[in-house]
Write a protein that binds this ligand. Sequence first.
Ligand SMILES: Cc1cc2nc3c(=O)[nH]c(=O)nc-3n(C[C@H](O)[C@H](O)[C@H](O)COP(=O)(O)OP(=O)(O)OC[C@H]3O[C@@H](n4cnc5c(N)ncnc54)[C@H](O)[C@@H]3O)c2cc1C
Ligand code: FES
Length: 249
Amino acid sequence: MKIISTPEKLCKGHYLLHIECAEDCLPGQFVSFKLGRFTDPLIRRPFSIFNKNGNDIEVVFKENGRVTSMLKNMTDFSDVDVSGPYGRGFTVTENENVLLIGGGVGNAPLHYLSKVLKTKNNSITFIYAARSQEFIYCGDRFCTESNEICYVTDDGSFGDKGFAADKLKSVIAKTKFSRAYICGPTIMMKSCAEILIKENIPLEVSLENYFGCGIGICSGCSVDTVDGKKRACVEGPVFDGSKLLWQYL
Ligand SMILES: Cc1cc2nc3c(=O)[nH]c(=O)nc-3n(C[C@H](O)[C@H](O)[C@H](O)COP(=O)(O)OP(=O)(O)OC[C@H]3O[C@@H](n4cnc5c(N)ncnc54)[C@H](O)[C@@H]3O)c2cc1C
Ligand code: FES
């Protein structure tokens, strides 16, 4: 796998990269980046698959720390090792009425999911949450893949004012869904999961916790579930949201 484009700025702090990849990828799986040939930065970083078109994968990254700050200014990727896809992806249903809830850069894996769900004749309602309008990326592309899209921003600068959980309450009051999928900051996923569990709506969540090895060896990414500890990099990052012990996340 190799990076085949320089980073394209999408919105404040968010960039798009194209990667050549011949492997099949499931929505919710991730690819892993190692920058440089030496030990600094040492640890690989995971990034979700935003889209796949033939052998072209797209990844959206948010400038967050060391690796993403380096990546956004790079033009030569010969020393960047990209591998994957890794992890357990989302369940792809057929002919269902499904709800997707994304927060910030966590909307990225749900874009690829919505594209695949659409090919399986699902009806898709998408709640796209962001801090403010300046952090919304690829809005038109999300619209194309969904039957209905609801934007919600913390400050009300685009769509409704409020949080994803506020919008979720009003959406499920009007429409019945057979399944929900969530990806975003832990606090947002937790508040949405509480509501969905109470309403008995099955939910899958993609965790974005910090990884060490990224391949199942170090247990650094372990999360507590009703079935014991699970490694997010191999048994996840997608989990049944009703089985996670949210109080420990
Ligand atoms: C499955 C998965 C998919 C992901 N997909 C995407 C994606 O599509 N796009 C995207 O932008 N990001 C994604 N992420 C998040 C991304 O991998 C991290 O934000 C990554 O750390 C960024 O690397 P960095 O070097 O830029 O930042 P880092 O330098 O790693 O860290 C950024 C910030 O996190 C803090 N931090 C670092 N390690 C820890 C730790 N162990 N515990 C708590 N805080 C810590 C640092 O202090 C710093 O403030 C994903 C994560 C996972 C697990
Ligand atoms: S990051 Fe090492 S086991 Fe998951």
